[in-house]
Design a binder for this molecule. Structure first.
Ligand SMILES: NC(=O)c1ccc[n+]([C@@H]2O[C@H](COP(=O)([O-])OP(=O)(O)OC[C@H]3O[C@@H](n4cnc5c(N)ncnc54)[C@H](O)[C@@H]3O)[C@@H](O)[C@H]2O)c1
Length: 341
């Protein structure tokens, strides 16, 4: 067992099993979101919590945060849903029971308002709305991190971090994609954008050309920015790509790890999403858990670009993919702490 602690408790209000997996506190308190979703069986939620909490240790490590990785997962019953407030209070009690080893935030099926309810039972929660004393919606900060990452990608791929005049295709104009669109337009970049929802007016407002999601994915641009769902980079989609690089906030962009090799073979520079997407997590935890100053938080967000630059440079000089460098960094960090403990 590589996890430090895994508990499953029945919530006393709802009777539902709530699992918290603490993968590692070697760097500090474990952090990771609370996922409420359907699984075939509650034991599948435990399996998912093990996987997701280990991934969070990688994410906090690469973000340079003095935090470890954890996750809360609740398998919602099929059919009749439990009272949401009661369930969130049950989650809050379970996190309080862990006495500060773990703090939670939003994930699939939860948002900032839910964090405010969990916060009625435990202080170990982040991303609460500003009205509840939290740092609010994180998407703007995720976008700030994406821009820092895009500069690092452009410096590595084109020799200059300047975004002005570069061509970007943004796939997904939701909360993060909308902010990225605005920030890139302010940099005078050339923009193409798509979404499955009609957000053509938003694109036009920022001078972007509105295309279909299919055309966006295959657009002839410098950098493709995945900002919708994960799993879009596959053995089927990679041959159609015409971009020189890919960097965006969407989680789990590769369908399987081997797709990183396909991108490498095609000469497309892929920036691992685990680094690019960390801005929201960095901002919320730095403000609410680490109580850092705005200057310290800004430096951490800017640091996404420095971390990515090091990863891309190491990959270029050693001839491996950036994904391989990321795996090596996470393993080295875990080995370092394993020796110490
Ligand atoms: N919000 C954050 O702070 C944050 C942090 C880290 C990672 N992410 C990841 O970034 C991605 C975007 O997050 P978000 O908060 O902006 O989500 P969102 O739901 O606000 O936006 C996603 C957008 O993608 C669109 N979309 C869905 N399927 C599409 C498709 N096939 N083609 C084109 N567009 C499609 C949706 O209509 C929506 O407008 C997600 O993968 C999310 O997990 C978000």
């Amino acid at each position: 067992m590589e996890h430090e602690l895994v508990i499953t408790r029945r919530g006393h209000r709802t009777g539902l099993p709530i699992t918290v997996a603490v993968h590692s506190t070697a760097r500090g308190m474990a952090a990771g979101g609370c996922r409420l979703t359907h699984y075939p069986h509650w034991r599948d939620a435990v399996t998912d919590a093990l996987r997701l909490s280990a991934a969070m240790t990688g994410k906090t490590t690469l973000a340079g945060l003095p935090l470890g990785g954890g996750k809360t997962v609740v398998a919602l019953p099929a059919g009749h849903l439990p009272d949401r407030r009661a369930l969130l209070l049950d989650v809050g009690d379970t996190i309080a029971f862990l006495g500060g080893r773990y703090a939670t935030g939003p994930d699939v099926g939860t948002g900032p308002d839910d964090m405010a309810v969990i916060g009625e039972r435990t202080e170990h929660v982040f991303c609460r709305p500003a009205s509840a004393g939290g740092s609010g919606d994180s998407s703007e900060h995720t976008a700030t991190g994406v821009i820092a990452a895009l500069r690092a990608v452009c410096r590595q791929r084109f020799g200059s971090p300047d975004l002005a005049g570069r061509r970007f295709a943004i796939l997904g104009l939701g909360r993060v994609g909308g902010h990225v669109l605005r920030l890139l337009a302010a940099e005078r970049a050339h923009l193409v954008a798509a979404d499955t929802e009609d957000r053509g007016a938003l694109a036009a407002r920022h001078g972007a050309t509105w295309v279909s999601p299919r055309d966006c994915l295959a657009a002839d641009v410098d950098v493709l920015i995945p900002a919708a769902l994960g799993g879009l980079l596959t053995a089927a989609s990679v041959p159609a790509l015409r971009c020189a690089a890919i960097a965006g906030p969407a989680n789990n962009q590769l369908d399987v790890p081997a797709t990183a090799d396909l991108l490498h073979e095609r000469g497309i520079l892929w920036a691992p999403d685990v680094v690019v997407s960390a801005g929201g997590l960095i901002h919320a935890t730095a403000v609410e858990l680490l109580h850092e100053t705005p200057e310290q938080v800004a430096a951490r967000l800017h640091g996404i670009g420095d971390t990515l630059a090091t990863i891309l440079q190491t990959a270029a000089t050693t001839g491996v993919t950036p994904a391989t460098v990321v795996d090596q960094l996470i393993t080295q960090d875990q080995d370092r702490f394993a020796v110490r403990h």
